[in-house]
Structure formats: C-alpha cells, structure tokens
Design a protein around this ligand. Sequence first.
Ligand code: DSN
Length: 405
Amino acid sequence: MKTLDKKIELILEKESIRQRNSAVFIASENYASESVRNYSNSIFTNKYAEGYPGKRYYAGCENADEVENLAISRGKKLFSSKHINVQPHSGSQANMAAYVSLLKPGDKILSLSLDHGGHLSHGHNVNFSGKIYEIHNYYLNRESELLDYDQINDIAEKVKPKLIICGYSAYSRIIDFNKFKSISQKVDSLLMADIAHIAGLVVSGKHPSPVGIADIITSTTHKTLRGPRGGLAIIREDLSSKYDRGVFPAIQGGPLMNTILAKAAAFEEALSDNFIEYSQQIIDNAKVLANLFLDRGLRLVSGGTDNHLMLIDTRSIGINGDEAENKLNEVGIVVNKNAIPFDPMPPKITSGIRIGTPAITSRQISNDDLLKIGDVIVDCLSTSSKNTSVFSKEVQKIMNKLPLP
Ligand code: DSN
C-alpha cells in the first residue's frame, strides 16, 4: 500500500504542476473551485442510494436525500426549469438515458455529424448511439460554416426522425433553439438540446436557453458550468418520470452522491453575480483571441466566435491539427486537434485546433497577458525552428503568476 501511495502522490504532484503551469485552452475543460473539489471528495462516496429521494433501495439515505433534494432545488432555480435529474454520471450517460427512455432501438435520430462539431454520443457509428439507432446527419453550410436551418428542415422532412439533436462540441456560434423547435414540430419529432459546452453561458443569460423549448436538455456539469465532472438533464414535465427511470434503473445503478453534493455546491456558485461576470469574461476573452488570430492572418471556421470557443483552420499556417496540438503542448499551451467542417484529413490528424477560454478565464488572465499568449500561439505555430524555449518561458512567466481556483 505504501509503495502504491507514493506512486499515487507522485502522479498527483506531477498533475498539479502541469495544471498550474499550463495555459489550458481545451474548450471542454475548466478549474472547479476548491469547495467543489472538496465536496466531490467527501464521505458521500461511501453511500449507496439507488433510487430517488424518498424512494431508495437502501436504508440510511436520509442525508443523501437531503443532498439530492438540495441539488435538485438549486438546479431548478439555476436553469429556471420545473424538473432536473442530477444523477447522470456524465453527459454521455444523460444522452443515453434520453434515448433509452424516449426511443426504441432502430428509431431515427437526426444530428450534426461529428466532424462538423457534433458529439460521439449523438450517433457516431463507433458509439452505442450509432449502433442502436438509425442515425441521419445534417451538416454545416459549406460556405458560411454555420448551421443551415433550411437544409436541416429539408432533411428532417425527408427522414422523419423520432428525435432531432442540437447542441455541439465544436460550434462557435449561437444556436437558434426556436428554429429547431419549429422544425421538430413540423415533422412531429422530439427535440433534444445537448448544452454540455454552453451550460454556463446559458444559465448566465449569455446564450439563449433551450429550457421551455427543447423537450429534453442534457448537459455535463464541468465545462463552462465549472462544477464537478458529471451530467444532468432537464426534461419536459410530462416525460420526466420516464426519463428518471431511463437513468435509474435503466442505465445506472447507485448515483455518485459525492458528485451530486459537489453539483449542489457548483449550482450555488453559478447562481451568483460573479458567475455572470465570469461567463461574460469567457466570451470577451474568446473574442480577443479570435480578433488577434484573424489580424495575424489565421483562418477561423465561420470567421469567428460568439461563445467560448473557436476553431483555427491550421492549413492557414501550413500545418495540420495534430502538428499544431503537439507544437503548442511542447511550450505549455494545451489545446486539442479538431476536425473542421469538410475536413479532408482523418480524425487522428485533422486540419484544425479547437481553442476555448473557460479555463484560462478561471485563472483570471488579464487582457495584456491573453494577448501575449495569443501571439505566442501564432508565433509558435508559424515557426519552423526547433528551438521554442522562448515561447515556453513566456508561457511560464504568465501562468506562474495566475492564481489557481
Ligand atoms: N470530450 C468533450 C469535448 O471535449 O468536447 C465532449 O465530450
């Protein structure tokens, strides 16, 4: 055990240094607050609480019931919803519970293709969703690289899906949930909005909310929402018992009560005015970077951003996404390679990188330092020199002075 602990401590120490020193621009990552991290780590990890508050399959759940009820009431307030399920272990689980509770195997789903910004669990053929359901895709418009609601409408009318999915992993523009709703109503389909990426912006009023529009809303809790790693779902009231049974007992057993405790803490944080300012700063920082990249001649998918992320077409610097990711990682700037719409390269290479600002904004970076790092990103991607220590030093200098939440 002692050896094992030493090994664990060493890994933890290395990760702590990496997280402190890195400039994190992975659009789906963030730094949870100390209390969220502590609550995730709490003694509720010891407790089984299969079922729902007041209807458990184990004794001794009175405190677990309080935890879950607190998370539910704060979650409902945060999203202005009548129902919320805080048990999904992840965004993928929240999506799976939606399909399992509302669809039959073989039913048709219409979703954005993964390589245009969708998600594996929206029906990719390597994922359960693509194996169990009949998937049809819509695509971004080739010229504008934006959602093309006329095209989506046409495909929906032809396919007649049972479920239409909107909400994405790599789309930098505003989603018009009302347009999706009118399409889904026309073809008599359910509408699901997966707001995993934009949940924090939605609850802050910085992106339109799908609550009251989409029939099912799923999310993670750890991206822009800055909570613990986990999922949630908000369902139309008349479908909510069905959905709850879709989570437990259909696809999950015991809820992670420690995580639900941390979700309750994160919801309270997200209800604060500070959080609204934080969300605005995420968007402001993304615009600062996007303008810098455009000024320096890089091409951005759709020409910019309205939210927390952007996609750089790395062909505008003469390299592929994989090379770009590696070059930046070597100097302490962490991004991920990402397919761009109509990408001719395979997913392991790609022609783009995704840049997101939730994590760097949690480090309270100043405008000046953000501009410096933006310049380092372009300089580092553009240079053919192997000696990049000047860039690492610049990144270190900036990151070392920024507080960790
Ligand atoms: N892996 C997440 C992301 O990076 O967007 C989605 O699951």
